[in-house]
Design a protein around this ligand. Structure first.
Ligand code: Z5A
Length: 227
């Protein structure tokens, strides 16, 4: 059986990753590709427990501690959810992965790139394709304004932190062009979805993957851990 493909969506908060991950999984599923839709931090029971500590916990954490916790969650996620799905020939669409640690804990909080690379080697999984969704901060803020959720650990950080994170994602995409595609995600949902489907078609041909737009009608139909 052919190994599945691993696609990650990255970017700052409000970039539209969760929306586009759902649409991409639905488009793949409509094309007959078996898909698992998942997210980080989380995607496996132990990883979801670590997510609660990372996002909901009120205790201050050192940047290195945060980094270790994100990789501990990732180790569970890859070992229990992503790895088995890929081995079974399913494609995995994941809302955030290691590039988020590079951007948030590395570029945002100053954890050394070498430390992150060493922990990444322990997890040992590189995406086949990473879609880096980029939006200006004002657009992201407008999208998130209506949500009214309590701010998590990262949403409480200031504009300068989020500017470093955005610059970090752009640098990551520029440094790894064979793996990453930078997507202008400031436009309407349909336009962003079209750009994503074009990138997937170009990089990871899937027989029957519908033309841009055709997957929009079938949201939320993919299997796997809910984001
Ligand atoms: N984190 C980390 O620090 N290190 C790590 O290694 C990892 C994560 C893996 C997880 O937060 C936090 O963990 C994250 C980084 C950190 N924190 N931050 N900031 P999360 O999972 O709770 O949330 P998020 O990943 O930041 O996602 P988000 O804030 O929910 O944003 P999104 O997924 O990019 O956007 P969305 O939910 O698809 O859309 C947001 C709203 O905009 C929603 O109402 C949509 O309907 C709307 N939307 C979406 N697209 C559009 C377009 N194109 N036009 C207009 N409106 C749109």
């Amino acid at each position: 059986m052919a190994h599945g493909r691993f696609i990650t969506l990255e970017g700052g908060e409000g970039a539209g990753k969760s929306t586009q991950a759902r649409l991409l999984a639905a488009a793949l599923e409509a094309a007959g590709v078996p898909v698992v839709l998942t997210r980080e931090p989380g995607g496996a029971p132990g990883a979801e427990a670590i997510r609660a500590l990372l996002l909901g916990g009120s205790a201050a954490l050192l940047p290195g501690t945060e980094t270790l916790l994100h990789f501990a969650a990732r180790h569970e996620h890859v070992g229990r959810t992503i790895g088995p799905a890929l081995a079974a020939g399913r494609w995995v669409v994941c809302d955030r992965f290691t590039d988020s640690t590079r951007a948030y804990q590395g570029f945002g909080l100053g954890v050394a790139a070498g430390t992150i690379a060493a922990l990444d080697a322990l997890v040992g999984l590189v995406p086949d394709l990473t879609l880096v969704l980029d939006v200006p901060p004002r657009t992201a803020a407008r999208r998130l304004a209506g949500r009214g959720n309590a701010a998590d650990r990262y949403e409480r950080l200031d504009a300068a932190f989020h500017a470093r994170v955005r610059a970090g994602f752009r640098a990551i995409a520029a440094e790894a062009p064979a793996r990453c595609v930078l997507i202008d995600a400031a436009g309407p949902v349909e336009a962003v979805q079209a750009a994503i489907l074009a990138a997937v078609r170009a990089r990871l041909p899937a027989p029957g993957l519908a033309p841009a737009g055709a997957g929009e009608k079938k949201q939320g139909g993919a299997g796997g851990a809910p984001p």
